[in-house]
Write a protein that binds this ligand. Sequence first.
Ligand code: COA
Length: 186
Amino acid sequence: MDGILALMLSGVVIRPARRADVPGIITLFTAVAAERDSIGTEPGFDVAQRQSRILQSVEEAASCVLVAAVEDLVVGNLGIYVQHRQSVGSLGMLVARQHRGQGIGGRLLDDSLRWARESGLHKVDLGVWPHNTAAIALYCSRGFTIEGRRRRHYRRANGELWDVVTMGLVLDTHSPGSSHPDADNL
Ligand SMILES: CC(C)(COP(=O)(O)OP(=O)(O)OC[C@H]1O[C@@H](n2cnc3c(N)ncnc32)[C@H](O)[C@@H]1OP(=O)(O)O)[C@@H](O)C(=O)NCCC(=O)NCCS
């Protein structure tokens, strides 16, 4: 079945997040954080701080915050966060476990990349755990490439040090790159 048709039939709507969605986004974060193996956030994160950061992003035009919702229930969330005066957006996303594999992540990503292009971002980047094959496959399917691997970069709550893979999607392929002759040496 066509992915968009399947989503319509399942009642999932992809749309910009509203203030009223923020508690639902936090609930989703809390559930996925408890899985401990897919996103950077782990249980015990600062809920108030996260809530005010999301609220700020929802209200400012510089960032893109989308939700996948079944009526008022948030089952997916994607944010592209743009630092002040920058044109690189950092992407993070998550879908509730029982709703994965139904095309929701793909739709969230497609809509957010449309927003990124229309907003004039020159690049979108992200970090992903090397074992997160579902996410890496999703990003690759939308043109992201692996740019590097930061080794033993993040301390997890259990004391382990995890590598992170950095991925990027260049949207501006026309501006010149560095003119330094040795720019591509490494
Ligand atoms: C990664 C994640 C967002 C994908 O969302 P999803 O709704 O399950 O993805 P979709 O159903 O839209 O699948 C889109 C594509 O992703 C890839 N994919 C999804 N699940 C996959 C899996 N289990 N194994 C391999 N590839 C997979 C495929 O390329 C798929 O394309 P297809 O539809 O042609 O098969 C979701 O698994 C998730 O929320 N995981 C936990 C949080 C997380 O890992 N966030 C990303 C942190 S970097």
